[in-house]
Ligand binder design. Structure first.
Ligand code: UDX
Length: 442
């Protein structure tokens, strides 16, 4: 199959590379000439494990190309994926669909023949109908089929998630579209990965319903963690105890500082807005959005408590800035709210992150960036783990203590059992685990 992918952001790039990997001829198109030039030299603009190597191999094999020329990309193409951003619209939290509509218009104008246009961007239910209208109005002479095929990729594990999907969801309205989609995903179906064909609106809603359900799980476990702290229960035990019930499932039950990233915050909000517009408010999800917002900022107060309720003039070391490990993505990262909260209380911030410091500079100011955990703690009054990078799992406590003004560790990802930091004389606090349960870890 010859496939064009329009939009070389995170989703477009990963999807394009993986579709090339399974044997399709893929041309990725973007308006950003500098980005395309870089990709044509095998320089990948985002950090995602395994992605650079796959770009190089598939380019060398001749089945992956990058261009700014949409007409060329569409020449003889069987299908075109739309993989552009759908950020939260400023002001009301609806998904901003202007990039999707512009891509649909451009694809229609430059199409060289009948084409299946596949929406991979996360879009509110009904967007496919609008894309169809745009395409057909622009080129009434042409045969277009609009499909919804959402992505379920996690940053940091995106290649694996694409190559070994839990499921592939495809929303189609015609047999022609279904047969093209079946051909595109044949390499995956042959390996037994489940493919679900539904109508387009079902597929569009499935994406939002999935992300909102996962966000719900996280907000719930984080609130139970709060309760654990005052009743002497251990959230790790509770998560395990409930997660072993397959109806609940073990995953996504790690308590932490709240969820962030490019998907959950924007998708929960967009679903809330869609539901309200249809007079079927999803009150649970409305609640989740505010619980999570509250939680991120509340973490700064938790840190202040560990500093004898006063951080004014004190210096706090932050380990981990990205919204999760193995990515350089800072979008909606809890670290942003936490740091701003601490700064508002008068604290000075030193920070270290293995990959996220360049991006952090666009979101945060007045921070001293450091090149290691050890240099970060220099003359600080507390150390806070915000993101669970592997290199923070085995910190050199004896050395850290020597450099710090006060040995205080706030572990917002429950990386430690408490015994080790305690043994080195640290005042230790984590999430949902009162100290006595942490020390007597079972
Ligand atoms: C998510 C979905 O998982 C993916 O299917 C969808 O396509 C895009 O959104 P992503 O945003 O990359 O992926 O990250 P994910 O690993 O799901 O984590 C989201 C947030 O939840 C992070 O801030 C993470 O730290 C937090 N999280 C996750 C927890 O706090 N605890 C957990 O147990 C799991």
């Amino acid at each position: 199959m010859k496939i064009a992918v329009v939009g070389v952001g995170y989703v477009g790039l990963v999807s394009g590379v993986c579709l090339a990997e399974v044997g399709h001829e893929v041309i990725c198109v973007d308006l950003d000439a500098a980005k395309i030039e870089q990709l044509n030299q095998n320089n990948v603009p985002i950090y995602e494990p395994g992605l650079s190597a796959m770009v190089a191999t598939n380019r060398a094999a001749g089945n992956l190309h990058f261009t700014t020329n949409l007409a060329q990309a569409l020449l003889g193409a069987d299908a075109a994926f739309i993989a552009v951003g759908t950020p939260s619209r400023e002001g009301d939290g609806h998904a901003d669909l202007s990039y999707v509509y512009a891509a649909a218009q451009n694809i229609a104008e430059h199409a060289s023949g009948p084409l299946v246009i596949i929406n991979k961007s996360t879009v509110p239910v009904g967007t496919g109908d609008k894309v169809q209208e745009i395409a057909e109005t622009s080129r009434p002479d042409m045969d277009f089929h609009i499909v919804s095929n959402p992505e379920f990729l996690r940053e940091g594990a995106a290649i694996k998630d694409f190559m070994e999907p839990d499921r592939i969801v495809i929303g189609v309205e015609s047999d022609q579209a279904k047969s093209i989609m079946a051909e595109i995903y044949a390499p995956f179906e042959q390996k037994g990965f489940p493919t679900l064909y539904v109508n387009r609106r079902t597929s569009e809603l499935t994406k939002y319903a999935a992300n909102s359900f996962l966000a719900l799980k996280l907000a719930y476990i984080n609130e139970v963690a709060e309760l654990c702290e005052v009743v002497g229960a251990d959230i790790k035990g509770v998560s395990k105890g409930i997660g072993l019930d397959p109806r609940i499932g073990e995953k996504f039950l790690n308590a932490g500082p709240g969820y962030g990233g490019s998907c959950f915050p924007k998708d929960t909000l967009a679903l809330v807005r869609t539901a309200q517009d249809h007079d079927r408010p999803l009150r649970l999800i409305e609640m989740i959005v505010s619980i999570n917002e509250y939680r991120k900022r509340a973490m700064s107060r938790k840190i202040a408590q560990m500093c004898e309720d006063e951080v004014n003039g004190k210096t706090i070391a932050i380990l981990g800035l990205t919204f999760k490990p193995n990515t350089d993505d800072m979008r909606e990262a809890p670290a942003i709210s936490i740091i701003q909260g601490l700064q508002d209380m008068g604290a000075n911030i030193r920070a270290y992150d293995p990959k996220g410091m360049d991006n952090a500079k666009h979101h945060l100011s007045n921070i001293t960036y450091c090149d290691s955990a050890l240099s970060c703690v220099e003359n600080t009054d507390a150390l806070v783990i915000v993101t669970e990078w592997d290199e923070f799992r085995d910190l050199p406590f004896a050395e850290l203590k020597k450099k710090m003004r006060k040995p205080v560790l706030v572990d917002l990802r429950n990386l430690y059992d408490g015994k080790t930091p305690k043994a080195h004389g640290f005042d230790y606090q984590c999430v949902g685990r009162p100290l006595e349960t942490v020390i007597n870890d079972v």
